[in-house]
Ligand binder design. Structure first.
Ligand code: NAP
Length: 267
């Protein structure tokens, strides 16, 4: 049997992608396969998504046209120890820190793509950067853009920018959760319930993000539009600036990027 796409690993990120591909009709359920060593995972994933879930990566590589590597970094050597033959197929790796050079060492004939996603893929609102081997064709890139686009926004970059992608996309939901929680604290401080405060803060972040993405206007222009002269909002903006919100966010992303560079150098 054959399949359009096959996942090596059927954990959280593979499930997010499988869910997105089905929801956005990129592949039929028949065209998606996965594998996992534990029977409990195989049963759960095949029942949830009504797809075939096999026992080994070898079977996935022989059946699927495009293969996605979605195991934990420490599981990678074990996967390739199976002696995988990908021929000239596209291999999309979402494994953190696994460089194109290392992928080429494992599977020299494959057309490799390295992706850094974030966990918002699970709600189909991920932010991702990816880079490609020179052998990846324009047709391959179009297919990959459809696959990654099913779970969020994906931007192609040179591999030298993958550490920067880790800061701006991979890790950034953690910083934004801090902001949502801090806003909710202020709501609670002023008598709102924790539940209402958290939902309203989160929805405000979602709405603001959509305004930036859908209007294409610069965030500063949008901010100016909601600040009436002498009004409530500009007072809040000044307080946020005084308390160093902008500097704190730059430092959060920048220090993550530096840590990612350090880890890349150490590998
Ligand atoms: N989670 C995130 O937020 C996030 C964000 C960015 C990038 N990533 C990257 O995404 C990758 C996957 O992360 P995850 O959170 O989805 O991990 P996960 O939930 O732990 O899933 C890993 C999957 O790999 C399977 N597996 C283990 N050994 C295998 C083998 N030898 N052959 C085939 N399958 C094997 C496991 O099967 P069993 O269930 O049977 O054990 C499991 O289904 C990681 O490399 C991570 O760096 C994750």
């Amino acid at each position: 049997m054959s399949a359009g796409i096959g996942f090596i690993g059927a954990g959280k990120m593979a499930e997010a992608l499988i869910g997105g591909l089905i929801a956005k009709n990129v592949f039929d359920r028949d065209g998606i396969i996965a594998c996992a060593p534990h029977e409990s995972t195989r049963k759960r994933v095949s029942r949830t998504y009504e797809i075939r879930v096999l026992g080994t990566a070898k079977e996935v590589c022989s059946e699927a046209d495009i293969v996605v590597l979605a195991v934990k970094p420490k599981q990678v050597p074990e996967v390739f120890a199976e002696g995988l033959d990908l021929g000239g197929k596209v291999l999309i790796s979402i494994v953190a820190g696994l460089t194109l050079e290392k992928l080429r060492a494992y599977v020299p004939d494959a057309k490799n793509i390295r992706v850094m996603p974030n966990h918002c893929c699970m709600v189909l609102e991920g932010a991702m950067g990816y880079c490609c081997d020179p052998s990846v064709t324009d047709a391959d890139k179009a297919a990959v853009a459809d696959i990654l686009g099913s779970v969020g926004l994906a931007v192609e970059v040179g591999e030298e920018y993958m550490d920067a992608i880790t800061g701006i996309a991979g890790s950034s939901p953690a910083f934004l959760y801090l902001v949502i929680d801090a806003m909710a604290d202020a709501g609670v401080l002023n008598g709102l319930s924790r539940a209402d405060s958290t939902r309203l803060a989160a929805q405000s972040m979602l709405g603001a993000a959509k305004m930036v993405l859908e209007t294409g206007r610069h965030p500063d222009v949008l901010r100016d539009e909601v600040c009436s002269p002498g009004g409530t909002t500009i007072v809040g903006v000044r307080a946020a600036e005084d308390m160093g919100l902008r500097a704190a966010m730059i430092a959060a992303v920048d220090s993550t990027i530096e840590k990612s560079r350090e880890m890349s150098r150490g590998q």
